[in-house]
Design a protein around this ligand. Sequence first.
Ligand code: HEM
Length: 388
Amino acid sequence: MREFVELFGGHMMSAVPNPYPVYAQLRRREPVKAMEFPLGPTFLVTRYADVMAILRDAATFSSRANGKGIGLVMGRTIIEMDGQEHSRHRNIIAPMFLPKAMQGLEDVVQRFAHQLIDAIAPRGQADLVAEFARDLPVRVIAHLIGIPVEQYATFQQWSFDLIAFASEPLKGFAASEALVQFLRPLIAARRAEPRQDLLSTLAHAEVDGHRLEDEEIYSFVRLLLPAGAETTFRLIGTTLFALLTQPGLVERVRADRSQVAWALDEALRWDTPVQFVSREAATATSMAGVDIPEGHYLLVALGSANRDEERFKHPDRFDLDRHPTDHVSFGFGRHFCLGSHLARLEATVAINAVLDRLADLRPSDQPCGIVGLAFRSPDRLPVRFHPA
Ligand code: HEM
């Protein structure tokens, strides 16, 4: 692990300023790099073509690696399942995340976004990460799951603690247990009286003729909460950062809202919120001339693939006219992000709400930047605008 941390400048994982020059060097010199990690021997894979080859081939590159990482606090979830077990469990909730289901959700997302902007609009200045982007997705996922609105803040804290378990394991396990205590009576209530929410769907779901155990439902929620809350806020923050720090882009997108979708895709490519996914070699294989023994792990660098000059011209540039449809920020293949349509809906509503409500939007003179290694986004986004 120390070797990995030192490779990226010895910073704390959450504070790495710029991993991209390191990725670029690895792509050129050592695209499949062997490293020691606490889990065991691991290969860091940085080229777009190799990343795609891994994500395409779920038989050789198993997702069970996740069971030995994040699965320790989440329990057994679809993110660590392979084959039919994965399909059967994913299919329980997949319909709730299809584009059709998103149509019914747009009003709710709008309402949450505008409530958050109501609180900052009169002030003329705000931190758009802490006071806007961070709060929106957690409210939406909590609403979808069926959590009472007064519990959203607690829910958000559990979400942070779950995902931070690698650096603070006690907090992660405490959040995992707190969620169980919180969900137990809610699940019982939904079994007795179903509502239109994800908890009801899970409480009544069957796999192979068996109803899901409570423990399986806890695990599903432990995955969905951070998956929904910890990722999309980063996309919103990075997109706003890119628009605000390049001259003329806020005005261009404000005047032509069809550009919002392309700004999101280019932000996803340019500074990928989830930088890595993990896999385990189910059989011995090789890649870029390097032998990968069975049981060894792969750290698949989505953030590097998205900056691969073999795939994207001038990859370090945020280019609103690039229109990238082939970035790997939501993964690829059978584990492709289940929440991608939800993330796009939330981020589209968020960017449009900011552009509609905050006139003369500009960065304040306080410094800010995109940071992180496992997850990346601006740590803060101080802005000024016309008070309204
Ligand atoms: C910008 C926002 C998001 C990004 C960048 C992102 C990224 C990803 C990536 C890279 C994967 C693939 C994991 C792998 O291959 O091992 C994934 C899977 C997943 N995502 Fe997202 N995600 C985002 C938003 C969301 C949202 C809003 C949800 C809603 C609940 C969500 C739920 C999931 C789930 C459940 C999986 C597991 C799918 C499976 O294993 O079959 N994600 N996400």
